[in-house]
Write a protein that binds this ligand. Structure first.
Ligand code: UDP
Ligand code: MG
Length: 308
């Protein structure tokens, strides 16, 4: 039996050696053939040089260098596409996901699970605001998406061969990995762990990116916003109709000299706003359709060096 650990790395030179040392210690204790596949996601620092050095030292290391920075989701996809093992584990290179959990994942996999994922019991080193927005996001997703996405679950997980094969068939460009992993189904199991703060280096996330990530998640797994736009439109049309009746009745019964500028403005502005909002929602989906229809390759590979 063979296990491949897929590690996406983007500008991680500061912590990579420590990461590999801790990971290697865990892998030494496993009675499996193991491979560590590092995906260099177009790093601008010397991450790739370090990866090559690690490969020279450790025969288990494979390196995959992407042509440029494609983002974590695509780096992961590239890595998972290159797995020929019986199972794969996805782990971040910043030691936020403890490698020591890997034997537990493997044990559950041996007992027949297809997907074993880590659920964060705590998020050390993250601000209160980040925790609050994350919680709100998971709650909204739970309501909106027909594919239930487990709370507080990142990409840290084990995938069996058939889960990997299933995921390989999903070739959509807008990849909300958490959702895709769940979408696959099969036998899934959650393992609770404590998430550590980043070991070294900087997080690549900021609030603008997180906001876009949230929109990505919602639009790729739910069409509820489109429906909401419809119902909101129906409601405003109904309100406008009632208001129209009232204006007409007032004019007929009381006679109305030319007044009503404020009401006119209010109605125009309100309806204009509603229309723009609905258009925006449609635009979000249309834009994704456009990107999807171009059928560009998901990622491009610069160099691939399998383990020796
Ligand atoms: N990462 C990547 N490409 C990117 C951004 C991040 O491969 O464009 C990798 C990064 O090197 C790390 C993992 O994805 O191994 C998680 O990134 P980060 O720690 O910044 O995210 P967070 O843990 O804050 O969600
Ligand atoms: Mg991190």
């Amino acid at each position: 039996m063979k296990l491949t650990i897929v590690v996406p790395a983007y500008n991680e030179s500061e912590g990579l050696r420590d990461f590999h040392a801790r990971l290697a210690a865990v892998l030494d204790g496993l009675d499996l053939v193991t491979e560590v596949l590092y995906v260099d996601d177009g790093s601008r620092d010397d991450t790739y040089a370090i990866l090559c050095a690690l490969r020279a030292q450790d025969t288990r290391v494979s390196t995959l260098k992407l042509a440029r920075n494609f983002g974590k989701e695509l780096a992961l996809t590239a890595g998972l596409d290159h797995v020929d093992a019986d199972a794969a584990i996805v782990i971040d290179a910043d030691l936020q996901d403890p490698p020591e959990l890997i034997p537990t994942f493997v044990q559950h996999w041996r007992e027949g699970c297809d997907m074993v994922y880590g659920t964060r019991a705590s998020r050390a080193g993250e601000t209160g605001f980040k925790k609050m927005t994350a919680a709100a996001f998971y709650r909204v997703m739970e309501r909106l998406s027909p594919t239930p996405i487990p709370r507080d679950t990142g990409d840290f997980r084990l995938l069996s061969r058939r889960a990997l094969d299933a995921l390989k068939q999903v070739r959509e460009r807008q990849r909300f990995m958490k959702g895709l992993f769940t979408w696959v189904g099969y036998r899934q199991l959650s393992v609770v762990y404590h998430r550590d703060p980043r070991h070294a280096g900087q997080t690549k996330w900021n609030y603008w990116k997180l906001w876009n990530f949230a929109i990505e998640g919602i639009t790729s797994f739910s069409t509820a916003p489109l429906k909401a736009a419809t119902y909101f439109g129906v409601l405003t049309a109904f309100a406008a109709f009632v208001f129209g009746l009232w204006v007409l009745a007032k004019a007929l019964l009381l006679g109305d000299p030319v007044r009503g500028y404020p009401t006119l403005m209010v109605v125009i502005l309100f309806l204009g706003g509603v229309q723009l909002m609905a258009l925006g929602v449609i635009g979000e989906y249309l834009g994704r359709l456009y990107v999807e229809s171009k059928q560009r390759p998901l990622y491009l590979i610069d160099e691939y060096h399998p383990a020796r």
